[in-house]
Design a protein around this ligand. Structure first.
Ligand code: AMP
Length: 602
């Protein structure tokens, strides 16, 4: 997490690293009702994440709260569980809780979380966002809901139409508040907060705490509890651990893990997952891929765990897939690799996990698979551990082939060094009339290579580029919207075939582009909207990918043609001047720490 000396946030809660023993579900102590505890048990959550542990008790008491937490820390459950705790029976006249999110994608994700956690309570949650026809949302709201999750613009639309009554609201949550402000939603948020009449609880979650967030907190929150879980004890061990991360979309994670392990060829690896369910699924997937993988989680009794540990120690198992709780204190000499299948929800947990390798001065490797949205968590970890995590490209099929051939060379070299080859003379002798020794050698190499399980799947894993480091700047310095203002160095422009006549506003464009491409609000812009089309700046290196991703996009209910913007002079409505001047911000740097992929054999 970046430091923000200009904020007046108090750190009122430090992270406790010690957690409840593995046998007892850590959620039980937070005061959550049974239906929610059962749902969490069913999802395989073993213990609350730090942000959950620190915020849930306050939120259940009805306090206002400002929480500093990024995606991946478990912040959604931190507010969703207390919001669900408000439910009493079937929905009545209006919703009990309103959650505001910056993007459609996040609105959907959050409402799915409500559905998962609130199943046993019969929770009704409706996501409302722009870019799609309003009719279905009206119907759903009309049928009665407990929770509404939406983007500010569309929520205001509904309030204006009277389809979203606000008088029964007990809790309002601003999720990713800094991102919403970056996307220009400040006025919408103010209007929404001002329209909510009854006494209610207001909660803000934000990855950064710029002064503008505090200004909203001052105006709209009453004596808020402030929680920041990013500052804990994070002294990383001094061992020689190579720390690398790959940025991989969720759907490609199993393949990426397989590819990386195929290349790294670990002596023994411990793979961490967030939930028991994930542990079981990933163990199965890795076994199908030909790894001898074993699961280890808090749902297993001591005897089962001991057996698994022994199989890892004696080499019968090469991968152990585990939750944090189950792997606590685990000390196995043969481990060479620790893999974070997800970025851990707190830096402490990262430090704790990678401490399983590099013990007693040995070398080790810590690999983290991060989703594009989770890069901020990686930065937090780097910042707090003061160690670099190198972001590397996911190995390509060609890289994998090369590594496999290298492993075969190493195996044959070893076999040559052994002096017990004489037994095989008869084989060579029998073949001498049919083939020269070179061909025989090649055939034998192929047999070995294939028998060693060196198959190659044929799909490349998409390379998601690392995002430029996101640094908070005051509004005036961030890119101007709809002004033809000052783009960052390395900005390219796309033409979007909808404009003012279709009712397009800058937020519609930012929202749609952020949703489809994973770019942040900050990376999008400047924006110029004419009557019939719009021109939007995007990072130059992403131009082609972004155009591809926006191919079938619908903005405000209109299918929009998207292509590279070519400045054709006055006839295109720019009065002969170049739309944007290039200007470099002194403190903006491209993402650092990206190293080319390097192979290593163990
Ligand atoms: P979030 O930060 O809310 O985006 O959550 C990140 C991920 O962590 C989601 O996939 C959640 O399902 C998962 N998650 C949240 N809380 C827990 C927990 N206590 N234990 C395991 N996984 C969790």
């Amino acid at each position: 997490m970046e430091d923000h000396p200009d904020t007046d946030i108090d750190v009122t809660a430090d992270v406790a690293v010690e957690v409840a023993p593995a046998t007892e579900n850590g959620f039980a102590t937070l005061g959550l009702r049974d239906e929610l505890l059962e749902a969490l048990e069913g999802l395989g959550y073993e213990e609350p994440t730090p942000i959950q542990r620190e915020t849930i008790p306050h939120l259940l008491e009805g306090k206002d709260l400002v929480g500093q937490a990024a995606t991946g820390t478990g912040k959604t459950a931190a507010f969703a569980l207390p919001a669900l705790a408000l439910i009493k029976g079937a929905p009545k006249s209006g919703p009990l809780a309103l959650i505001l999110t910056p993007t459609r994608e996040l609105a959907m994700q959050v409402s799915e979380a409500f559905f998962r956690y609130g199943k046993d309570l019969g929770a009704k949650c409706v996501p409302v966002y722009g870019g799609t026809p309003i009719f279905r949302q009206l119907q759903q709201l009309d049928r009665g809901v407990h929770i509404v999750v939406g983007t500010p613009g569309r929520v205001l639309d509904h309030i204006g139409r009277g389809s979203l009554p606000l008088d029964s609201i007990k809790m309002v949550v601003l999720d990713e508040a800094d991102e919403m402000l970056d996307m220009g939603f400040a006025d919408d948020i103010e209007s929404i907060l001002e329209s909510i009449p009854a006494e209610h609880q207001t909660v803000m979650f934000s990855a950064t705490m710029p002064p503008r967030i505090n200004a909203i907190a001052k105006r709209h929150l009453h004596d808020p509890v402030r929680i920041n879980v990013v500052r804990g004890d994070t002294k990383a061990s001094k061992g020689k651990v190579r720390q690398i991360a790959y940025i991989v979309p969720r759907a490609h994670k199993p393949a990426a893990l397989g590819r990386v392990l195929d290349i790294e060829s670990p002596g023994g690896a411990l793979v961490f997952c967030r939930t028991r369910t994930e542990v079981d699924q990933l163990t199965e997937t890795m076994n199908i891929r030909g790894y001898r993988a074993e699961a280890l989680h808090g749902g297993m009794d001591q005897g089962q765990r001991d057996r698994v540990m022994n199989r890892l120690r004696d080499g019968t198992a090469e991968l152990l897939v585990a939750t944090d709780v189950a792997a606590r204190g685990l000390d196995v000499d043969t481990l060479t690799h620790v893999v974070n299948y997800d970025v851990p929800s707190a830096p402490e947990s990262y430090v704790h996990r990678i401490g399983r390798v590099g013990r007693a001065g040995r070398e080790g490797v810590a690999i983290t698979l991060a989703e594009p949205r989770e890069q901020r968590l990686l930065k937090n970890i780097e910042h707090l551990t003061k160690q670099v995590i190198a972001i590397e490209k996911v190995p390509s099929i060609a890289d994998l082939r090369a590594a496999q051939l290298e492993q075969t060379v190493a195996a044959i070299r070893e076999s040559l060094a052994a002096d017990d080859l004489d037994d095989f003379h008869p084989v060579l002798h029998a073949l001498r009339a049919e083939a020269d020794p070179r061909s025989v050698a090649l055939a034998a190499i192929r047999l070995y290579h294939e028998a060693a399980g060196n198959t190659v799947d044929e799909h490349e894993i998409p390379d998601v580029q690392a995002r430029p480091e996101r640094k908070f700047e005051p509004r005036e310095q961030s890119r101007t919207r709809e002004s033809g203002g000052t783009p960052q160095a390395g900005t390219a422009f796309i033409y979007v075939g909808v404009g003012r006549k279709a009712g397009i506003r800058p937020n519609d464009l930012v929202g749609a582009i952020a949703n489809e491409t994973g770019l942040t609000g900050r990376e999008i812009g400047p924006i110029r909207i004419t009557d019939s089309y719009s021109v939007v700046g995007v990072p130059e290196g992403r131009l082609d990918t972004v155009i591809g991703q926006l191919k079938n996009t619908v903005i405000r209910g209109k299918a929009a043609q998207v292509r590279k913007y070519v400045d054709n002079g006055p006839s295109k409505g720019y009065e002969g001047k170049k739309p944007y001047e290039k200007k470099t911000y002194g403190d903006k740097k491209p993402y650092e720490g990206k190293k080319p992929y390097a192979k290593k054999t163990y």
